[in-house]
Design a protein around this ligand. Structure first.
Ligand code: UGA
Length: 428
């Protein structure tokens, strides 16, 4: 099939990569000139394991091309994916301007009976407006569909090739046929539903996962107060297959470009429709408080005095295997420490280039050991694999004081205590 992908961010690029790898001819539209020239050289503008290899392979074979021209990109396409961003507006509502702009731009070049698939995360009802916008600019018959994306940054390719489910949101048989055919090589249960329900599935899924994390963080807080080990508690809870073990890991709070935005988006959508989604209000506020609690725990380990203390921070990205710093809990934690007069050294395997633009007063080290030199406290924020097997005896020798705040429960408390560290984890 000939496919068009509008927007070459995370979702767009992975969609383009996966479908071109299945043998389809994909044209991806990127209007940012800098990003376009990177992509044309086969360079991916963000860190995502394996993605640039798939992209360069398919570019070389001529199945994947990048353009800034809607005419060139959309002409002759049987399926057009809209994968542009849907950021939060200041009032928490979803900013749909990029989706509407893309709809307006693609419409004049749409071929006969093309299927326009909204992959961007949008509230139910958006597809109708998209159809109206396109309808004003074309005489051709077209179909609107919704296939929300469930990939996670850091494991985007495998998530796209083997998702738990593929949601096909359609309002007619023709679009259903085309999309089932297009996804025939993707493993995962097919769920065919109407367009608006597909869009709600995406919001409800992200909101539920965020709520699960806030729940886990709350159990950790109570466990902390009464001296229980939250890991044992949540293992016992998650082993119930009705609950499930995934997304029950307590930490310093969830971040990223999706959960914070989509929790807000669903809250706002619900209240606009007449329902106050209190559960999500609490999910959001617990998440903020989890980061604030982490800051209090670090302060308390330092005996209440931050000024002049040297803090070693391991991990900056909002999660491992990405260089993404959007809503990363590392940022408020580091900003607070800097504000209070700490001297902060950080190390992250891939996010330091981005972090350098946001954090002006920190030192970036060459590895975990480097930032621990003379540190009063080690603060682990992101659980990169390479931090899990550090030689802690060596770390202790390097540090001025053996204090550890383990924001992701990566280390063994007993082992570290035996080595002479003062250890604080989340709910341990
Ligand atoms: C999330 C969803 O997991 C994807 O299914 C969805 O497609 C994507 O949003 C999106 O809407 O585009 P992502 O934001 O890439 O994916 O990352 P996650 O792995 O979900 O992690 C989000 C945050 O939750 C991270 O800060 C992570 O550290 C935190 N987290 C996750 C926890 O604190 N505990 C956990 O048990 C799991």
């Amino acid at each position: 099939m000939k496919l068009t992908v509008i927007g070459a961010g995370y979702v767009g690029l992975v969609t383009a990569a996966v479908f071109s790898d299945f043998g389809h001819a994909v044209s991806a539209i990127q209007i940012n000139p800098l990003k376009l020239s990177l992509l044309r050289r086969g360079e991916v503008p963000f860190f995502e394991p394996g993605l640039s290899e798939v992209i360069t392979r398919n570019m070389k074979d001529g199945r994947l091309t990048f353009t800034d021209s809607y005419k060139e990109g959309v002409n002759g396409a049987e399926v057009v994916f809209i994968c542009v961003g849907t950021p939060s507006s200041d009032d928490g509502s979803v900013d749909l301007s990029y989706v509407y702009k893309a709809s307006e731009m693609l419409a004049p070049f749409l071929g006969k009976e093309a299927v326009v698939v909204v992959k961007s995360t949008v509230p139910p009802g958006t597809a109708q407006k998209v159809a109206e916008i396109i309808g004003q600019k074309t005489k051709e018959k077209f179909y609107i569909a919704s296939c929300p994306e469930f990939l996670r940054e850091g494991s985007a390719l495998s998530d796209s090739l083997c998702p738990d489910r593929i949601i096909i949101g359609v309002d007619c048989d023709k679009a259903k046929e085309v999309l089932l055919e297009l996804h025939k090589h993707v493993n995962g249960e097919r769920i065919v539903t109407d367009v608006a329900s597909a869009q709600m599935i995406k919001y409800a899924s992200n909101a539920f996962l965020a709520m699960k994390i806030s729940f886990a963080n709350s159990i950790a807080r109570v466990s902390d107060l009464v001296g229980l080990d939250v890991e044992a508690v949540l293992k016992g809870v998650g082993t119930d297959s009705r609950i499930g073990k995934k997304f029950l890991l307590p930490g310093v709070g969830y971040g990223g470009s999706c959960f914070p935005k989509d929790v807000k988006g669903l809250m706002r959508f619900s209240s606009d429709k007449g329902f106050r989604f209190g559960l999500l209000e609490e999910t959001e506020s617990l998440n903020k408080d989890q980061t604030a609690w982490s800051i209090r725990a670090i302060t308390s380990l330092l005996g209440g005095k931050i000024r002049g203390k040297r803090v070693a921070v391991l991990g900056l990205a909002f999660k491992p295997n990405t260089d993404d710093l959007r809503e990363a809990p590392s940022l408020p934690i580091i900003s607070y420490l800097l504000d209070k007069g700490a001297v902060v050294s950080c190390y992250d395997p891939v996010a330091m280039d981005h972090a350098g633009k946001l954090l002006k007063k920190v030192r970036f080290g060459k590895d975990a050991y480097d930032v621990c030199k003379d540190a009063d406290i080690l603060v682990l924020v992101t659980e990169w694999n390479e931090f899990k097997e550090l030689t802690m005896k060596r770390i202790k020798k390097l540090m001025k004081q053996p204090l550890i705040f383990d924001g992701r429960n990566v280390y063994d408390k007993n082992h570290l205590t035996e080595l002479g560290f003062t250890y604080k984890g989340i709910g341990k």
